[in-house]
Ligand binder design. Sequence first.
Ligand code: NAD
Length: 349
Amino acid sequence: MKNKTIGYAVLGLGIGMAHADAAHESPNAELVAVCDVDAIRLEKAKERYPEATAYLDFDELIRDPRVDIISICLPSAMHADFAVRAMEAGKHVLVEKPVDITPERAALIEDARVRTGMTCGVVHQNRFNADMYPIREAVDSGRLGNIFLGTFGVKWYREQSYYDNGGWRGTWEMDGGGSLMNQAVHTVDLMLWLMGDVASVTSTAGIYNHNIKTEDMTASLIRFKNGAAATFVSTTCAYPGISTEIMLYGTGGSVEADADVLRAWKMKDAPDPEAEEERMLALYGEGNLGVSLREPERLFGHAHVVEDMILAVRDGRNPEVMPEDAIKAVRLVSAVYESARTGKTVYFS
Ligand SMILES: NC(=O)c1ccc[n+]([C@@H]2O[C@H](COP(=O)([O-])OP(=O)(O)OC[C@H]3O[C@@H](n4cnc5c(N)ncnc54)[C@H](O)[C@@H]3O)[C@@H](O)[C@H]2O)c1
């Protein structure tokens, strides 16, 4: 039973189908339209959501008065153009990651948000993985003490066909990079969210196992304004796809996670550190799936982010991740590429 009908539309029907599923399932919105220039994808979406109007043309989509929110799920370098045009047409927008492929282009989205007064969110769904809540709390409460080191590793695998099938992937023009800009930008976002503002970055990058123009491996040493350091590696060559390491070490303890799965929880101030770790691993050691079994109503992934966007519009509040947050990740990715290209450390003002 729907409570209130916010009209939802999805532009771009690759990962956009996850947005459409979430809007379709939401008790607070109606999926009123889908749009793609690919007639086959559009037809498939139409079969799945007969209630939604199918548009081949974005200009027709933004003229549809039933549409309140548009998810922008186009190749990354198209985000700013379409998000700005949508907001100028009076639509709220949820933009896929990366928010766009350069800080300058991403800033156009923030400018349009401020100028038009529309609501604009960005998809960084991993902040809302089950294990991130206690980890962020351990940072904020000071339980981890002074965090001096983070190690982050996005060790994924993609076949060449992945790059061949989506013609825009692994290109500077449309993807803005490779393993770091596309796959690892989520973990870049998590690192900045957990560790704060960057002072400098020194990086190397290369192409090791794919016929692409950008990179399939980066390795960086990052220094933060608060004095902490981190290593960050990204690759799409780690057969068969091994891990997403998120590891924080502070004077008060250590936490380690693999994506949504908590792996280690060592707190110096716990009355019984081993018992506390056992309890935390029982709660978060099975990842989002384990939590979903206990709390079936809880939303993760795109379902969480789309619902947050719908409620933000309904309630007149900001969504959980704003363009200015997402721009920070793009700025760091750009600095990694600059450092790898020039062989020099890049300093942030
Ligand atoms: N949050 C996540 O976990 C996640 C996962 C995958 C992709 N993404 C991001 O989502 C975006 C899309 O990725 P994808 O994998 O779905 O790509 P994709 O190539 O599979 O889908 C993009 C779609 O956009 C359509 N399109 C292109 N130009 C259009 C236009 N002018 N009007 C209407 N439709 C148009 C294409 O036909 C295609 O169907 C990228 O920015 C990517 O980084 C995010």
